[in-house]
Design a binder for this molecule. Structure first.
Ligand code: FAD
Length: 482
């Protein structure tokens, strides 16, 4: 085996000798993959097709031992290191150009303890892996709305979905984590062990180490829940959204209703003439009994004159996959997102106007519905600070050809600017594209930023874990001289 040139954290290159590579390859339970080898391209290909980077080497780990060896090698040589969980992050930090990529996507075990109502989850597991295992026991924890998303990245940024108004963020249900630190040591982080690290993991992203196991609290959910879509023409969108915001303000925590504006896909329950026209979709899910769910959904179903209403009992694990066909990997994606306390009239006007000029048929604007239990947690209790937010708007621009890049990115940025006056200034770290480093301090972390930088200095003083929405380590405190 020949040696390789590989990028370092200072932007230069170093070489890994044939002996070093052979030692790594021989020590792994998983695989080392170099360019041209089987599995290399599969590992470096992520959800967002805008990201096309070629690491010098990829470790496809299958256990914590592989992770430790990889982190130690990277630390020893100062290598540029990226970490891949589910590979869904729009910013694409899972893959580095010319460095060492640690691919965790083969670590997919989920072990449920139905008696204790907990689940231990490996970092390559997708939401579907978690939902399918837990739903066998009628249990679930809040995660996102697209089942191919990785549990790891979603959790480390905060994590919210249909169950979050009732049961909080994903991080609010994180009980403990096993973490390989920049020193290559495996530590257990919990409210008792390394509580500073445990605090930082709950929203601070991949800054603090590689999580090899997550332990979550589970709740009784389903297996059948009331869920479904209510579809309106865009011409009614403003009136519908005005009623929507009034209903959301008094909805029970069990009910979560998102509003999505886009061109209608060719769904079988929509009349053919509606396909491809702009629509507003209310998508809702109720985390309680079927009877209570029908009652809570009723006022939302009574808004206006919908084109279609397919709200009813659905298997929860199935509902979790409902949006998968619209969010498949392999397309080009650019996102811009704001947090909101209220849906102001001006915000609704700006969003509806923008939908009339969608730059591609796959684009969508969604209004995610937060609040409830999420907002009963103090902002300083976890690294995720946005505990006053009731709505998160994500402008999800999605297209196929690089020739459309300029138009699509430009449209997204213009809408972001138009809606900024109504926003809190905060942003969900997991919705940030790769060109938003300037929003990390004030936007993503605000009051929690300085504490995160201190925890970073303790666990990763050389910023080995920098392929993320990066929080550089705080400078060592200088003692005052009299
Ligand atoms: C279609 C789609 C729908 C989404 N819907 C939701 C939603 O409903 N709710 C929501 O909250 N979010 C949602 N998201 C955002 C999602 O939470 C982020 O994209 C998240 O980062 C994905 O995690 P991943 O493991 O798949 O990503 P990856 O790209 O693999 O990882 C993202 C980053 O996390 C870090 N990381 C990953 N694994 C580890 C690990 N084990 N240890 C340390 N660091 C690690 C790394 O820094 C990495 O760059 C959605 C994303 C997509 C693409």
């Amino acid at each position: 085996m020949a040696g390789i040139a590989i990028k370092t954290t200072d932007g230069t290159r170093t070489s890994l000798s044939p002996e070093a590579l052979a030692a790594l390859r021989g020590g792994l339970r998983g695989e080392l993959r170099l360019p041209g080898e089987a599995g290399y391209d599969e590992a470096r290909t992520i959800w967002n097709a805008m990201i096309d980077r070629r690491p010098a080497a990829i470790v496809r780990a299958v256990g914590a031992g592989d992770v430790i060896q990889t982190v130690r090698l990277a630390a020893q040589h100062g290598l540029l290191l990226s970490i891949r969980g589910g590979g869904h992050n729009v910013a694409g930090n899972a893959v580095c150009e010319g460095g060492l990529m640690l691919d965790l996507s083969r670590m997919v075990s989920v072990r449920v303890d139905p008696g204790a109502r907990t689940a231990r989850v490996e970092p390559g597991a997708r939401l579907a892996d978690l939902d399918k295992e837990t739903q066998v026991f009628g249990l679930a924890t809040p995660v996102g709305i697209n089942s191919t998303t990785g549990v790891a990245g979603l959790t480390l940024g905060g994590g919210f979905g249909w169950l979050s108004r009732k049961y909080g963020l994903t991080v609010d249900n994180l009980l403990a984590a096993d973490v390989v630190t920049a020193a290559g040591e495996l530590v257990h982080a919990s409210p008792i062990d390394h509580p500073d690290l445990f605090w930082a993991l709950r929203g601070g992203g991949g800054n603090f180490g590689v999580v090899t196991s997550f332990e979550f609290r589970l709740h009784p959910v389903g297996p059948q829940v009331i869920a479904g879509l209510i579809v309106h023409p865009l011409s009614a969108a403003k009136e519908v959204l005005h009623e929507y915001r009034a209903l959301v303000a008094k909805a029970p925590d069990e009910l979560c209703c998102w509003a999505v504006m886009r061109k209608a896909p060719a769904l079988p329950f929509l009349p053919r003439e509606v396909h491809g026209t702009e629509v507003l979709v209310l998508a809702l899910c109720h985390a309680g009994s079927l009877e209570a769910g029908m009652e809570a959904a009723a006022p939302f179903r009574a808004i206006g004159k919908p084109i279609a209403d397919v709200v009813g009992p659905h298997p929860f694990a199935g509902w979790q996959t409902a949006f998968d066909p619209l969010l498949t990997p392999g397309e080009r994606n650019y996102w811009k997102s704001h947090d909101f306390v209220e849906l102001a009239d001006g915000l609704i006007d700006a969003l509806v106007t923008a939908v009339r000029g969608l730059p591609s048929p796959q684009c969508e604007i969604f209004i995610g519905n937060l609040g409830g239990e999420i907002n009963r947690v103090p902002a300083e209790a976890t690294a995720y600070p946005h505990r006053n937010v009731n709505y998160v708007v994500n402008v999800h621009t999605r297209w196929s050809s690089p020739s459309e890049d300029t138009a699509c990115v430009g449209w997204t940025r213009a809408l972001y600017e138009a809606t900024a006056p109504f926003a809190t200034g905060g942003v969900y770290v997991n919705f940030m594209p790769e060109d938003e480093a300037q929003r990390i301090r004030a936007g993503a972390y605000g009051p929690n930023y300085d504490r995160l930088a201190r925890v970073k200095a303790k666990y990763d003083p050389k910023n080995l874990f920098r392929m993320n929405q990066n929080v550089p380590p705080a400078a060592p405190a200088v003692s005052a001289v009299a």
